[in-house]
Design a binder for this molecule. Sequence first.
Ligand code: FES
Length: 114
Amino acid sequence: MNQRWTDVAALDAVPEDDVIGIEAGGRSLALYRVGGDLFATDNICTHGHARLCDGFLDGHEIECPLHQGKFDVRTGKAKCAPLVDDIRTYAVHIVDGRVLVDTGCRAAAAVPED
Ligand code: FES
């Protein structure tokens, strides 16, 4: 597996129960913080050209701002119409208060170190 860990943000830059947009490895990604865990997905909706970082995060679901499709940010699973395709997820790792994203693999949430 080709791991490409990229330092994308300070952990403090990702508010609890919120989403931010970031650029990493030439990709537009959305970074979510839910219950202290971090998740990353592609930022552009699989249905149209809308940025998920402009959407509404409710628990582990992100609602697209354009047609209100919803994805599970843990798995990338499309949850309702008009979505057909899931969204790609990325591994997240937290080191010394920095958020690292691996644009080369999928993985579950990263939990901040104590
Ligand atoms: Fe996201 Fe249509 S662009 S649901």
